[in-house]
Design a protein around this ligand. Structure first.
Ligand code: SF4
Ligand code: SF4
Length: 288
């Protein structure tokens, strides 16, 4: 079972839910793994004492233009959907803006003059660690300045697939928002848990996430974090059976989280609540 924990915006508590769900499952006889795909700001592993096994670099092909062969026809720039090739024919100027390149290879195919070759650049890293000697934890992390975390996310998900023989439940901490990194991540999941908060911003972002998941035909449920804050509009929007859990707005919970501790480890009541969350996820998933 692969469960992505996502949210329309950062700061709603998705890492809090992902880490607590992972920890609770590890103490209740399940065999979970966790992969942090929030590759621009991964922090899930910071809550655990882990043993680092290895770190692998993620490479991407970036075009290199041979200026002697280039006739400045502009076709490569036309084919590039990411404006990563800047060309100024009257000035005989052409340059690849590497930070914008997504490594799709379209420009190489477009060039009829064989003026483009490719070189490899590092776009990020995937680290592999163990928690409690047996639970796999992976972290995807992009290099600073890299525009798209998608290649690093893909590599992290591939690594977990290659190491998944003994994993019963994979928890995926998804990137915030609803753009390519989110879609790449939740596409891997069987079920998506959307974490939100009962505020107008929370509701607005939740609606976008729900629309995106509906268009992908992905089953989902909702965890309402900081319940008691804001208003009740979110409860009118989300169907009752899709509300999986409410986490109260509590200074104590915020304090535990801000100290880098896992609530389920500190408070056994919450360890059980996160197991209840898991059981509800399974129930909703089986009824889809
Ligand atoms: S590889 Fe793709 S993204 Fe990069 S410059 Fe070429 S067309 Fe643009
Ligand atoms: S398509 Fe090839 S020849 Fe044309 S501008 Fe690009 S690199 Fe130069």
């Amino acid at each position: 079972m692969k469960i992505a924990i996502a949210s329309g915006k950062g700061g709603t508590g998705k890492t809090f839910v992902a880490t607590n769900l992972f920890y609770s499952l590890s103490t209740f006889g399940n065999h979970p793994a966790l992969v942090d795909c929030d590759a621009e700001a991964p922090n899930a592993l910071a809550f655990f004492k882990t043993e680092l096994l290895n770190v692998s670099e993620v490479m991407q092909d970036v075009p290199v233009i041979n200026k002697d062969a280039c006739v400045l026809c502009g076709k490569c720039a036309e084919w590039c959907n990411y404006n990563a090739i800047f060309i100024l024919p009257p000035a005989k100027f052409i340059r690849v803006i590497e930070d914008l390149c997504h490594g799709c290879g379209a420009c190489t195919i477009a060039c009829e003059y064989n003026a483009i070759t490719e070189k490899k650049v590092i776009v990020g890293k995937v680290s592999k660690s163990l928690f409690n000697d047996k639970y796999l934890m992976l972290e995807a992390k992009t290099e600073i300045g890299v525009m798209s975390p998608v290649p690093v996310i893909k590599e992290a998900l591939k690594t977990v697939r290659d190491n998944s023989e003994i994993v019963q439940t994979l928890i995926i901490d998804a990137p915030p928002g609803t753009s390519c990194p989110f879609i790449q991540t939740v596409n891997e999941a069987d079920f998506v848990v959307l974490v939100t908060e009962p505020t107008p911003f929370g509701l607005s972002d939740l609606k976008q996430s729900v629309e995106t998941l509906n268009s992908m035909k992905k089953p989902y449920g909702v965890v309402i974090n900081r319940a008691g804050l804001g208003n009740n509009d979110i409860f009118n929007y989300v169907e009752k059976e899709k509300i999986l859990m409410e986490i109260p707005f509590s200074k104590d919970i915020a304090s535990i989280y801000s100290k880098g501790k896992i609530l389920s480890e500190e408070d056994s009541v919450y360890a059980e609540k996160f197991i209840e969350l898991y059981n509800k996820i399974i129930k909703v998933y089986e009824n889809v």
